[in-house]
Design a protein around this ligand. Structure first.
Ligand SMILES: *Cc1c(COP(=O)(O)O)cnc(C)c1O
Length: 314
């Protein structure tokens, strides 16, 4: 799939998506954060509320899945399969999309000791008809699974070219031009890839990785170049955002999220958005964001996964 396919993919989605999924084709709402801290530093932070896109498939996962749905239609697949951890927002979204779109679905879940009743995320997925297979960490790492010919096997996190191209449509047309910088959290980096591909060269992309994979930045930059060899605008990679690593949540982070929520009314999840926003606030405090900067923060959702951080659940 290529850039040139985007318009026909969008048209096909408008035509073929069931009514329950049509609202996902609307633009996410935009919100300006009113907070003295931002005002004092003369930084404007607007939020693209992808978390409000849909009550079930919130956040960026829809954008990574939508052209995979198109591909499944085109290749006449009847099953959508993918990989994820026990709290995977991606598997959760895939299970719902598949059910609504008339596909069967399969989820390969990391950890053979788990079962469908292990947590509410897996319970939802099972309820939406996803066949769950619990596999050992070794098999998971190697992605050693076999699927039938009528299955579209989507990589972990929805991270394939279809996923990245879907994310080029995440920021509504004409909006990004208004911002000097766009901030997004990154797991696989697929969402950030799509955003950078679609951003004007005048906007800087700030990427806040949430895992401490040392090589990720280089691999990501190579992928960007492969998809856009003419070059793109600037990217800053904020390695410090990851803190202790994936899913590692400190008391400091939790209290930041709490205070931030009290001050702005915006809820953030502790695995992705909370870390990205904390990294931004640190930079504003250290005066490394110039006064007058307008920032667009992409709220990628994750609040269903955040159920995993309620006391006693993890
Ligand atoms: C999956 C997820 C991300 C990361 O997206 P990538 O495309 O893997 O970088 C960010 N935020 C939330 C809330 C997510 O669920």
């Amino acid at each position: 799939m290529h850039f040139s396919d985007i318009q026909s993919c969008e048209a096909l989605l408008r035509q073929r998506l069931p009514a329950a999924l049509q609202p996902l084709l609307d633009d996410p709402p935009l919100q300006t954060l009113a907070w003295d801290f931002f005002r004092q530093h003369e930084v404007q932070v607007d939020v693209l509320r992808c978390d409000l896109l849909h009550p079930v498939i919130s956040g960026n996962k829809w954008y990574k899945l939508k052209y995979n749905l198109v591909r499944a239609w085109q290749e006449q697949k009847t099953v959508l399969a993918s990989f994820g951890g026990a709290w995977s927002n991606h598997l959760h979204a895939l299970a719902w999309c598949a059910q609504q779109g008339g596909f069967a679905s399969t989820g390969f879940v990391r950890g053979e000791e788990l079962a469908a009743n292990a947590n509410p995320m897996l319970q939802d997925a099972a309820r939406w008809g996803m066949q769950l297979h619990f596999i050992s960490r070794t098999r998971y790492r190697q992605k050693a699974v076999q699927v039938s010919a009528d299955t579209l096997l989507i990589p972990e996190g929805g991270d394939n070219p279809e996923g990245a191209l879907g994310c080029t449509t995440l920021i509504p047309a004409g909006l990004a031009e208004k911002y000097a910088a766009v901030l997004v959290a990154a797991g696989t980096g697929c969402t950030a890839l799509g955003i950078r591909l679609a951003l004007p060269a005048t906007s800087t992309l700030w990427v806040a990785p949430v895992l401490k994979a040392g090589g990720l930045e280089n691999v990501w930059r190579q992928r960007l170049q492969q998809m856009q060899d003419a070059g793109t605008g600037p990217v800053q990679w904020w390695a410090d955002a990851a803190g202790g690593g994936y899913g590692k949540v400190t008391a400091d982070l939790l209290s930041f999220i709490q205070d931030f929520g009290n001050n702005t009314g915006l809820s953030l999840d502790p695995v992705y958005g909370g870390k990205a926003m904390q990294a931004l606030c640190n930079r504003i405090r250290q005066q490394s964001v110039p006064a007058g900067t307008r920032v667009l923060f992409v709220h990628t959702g994750g609040l269903q996964g955040a159920r995993g951080f309620q006391p006693g659940q993890r």
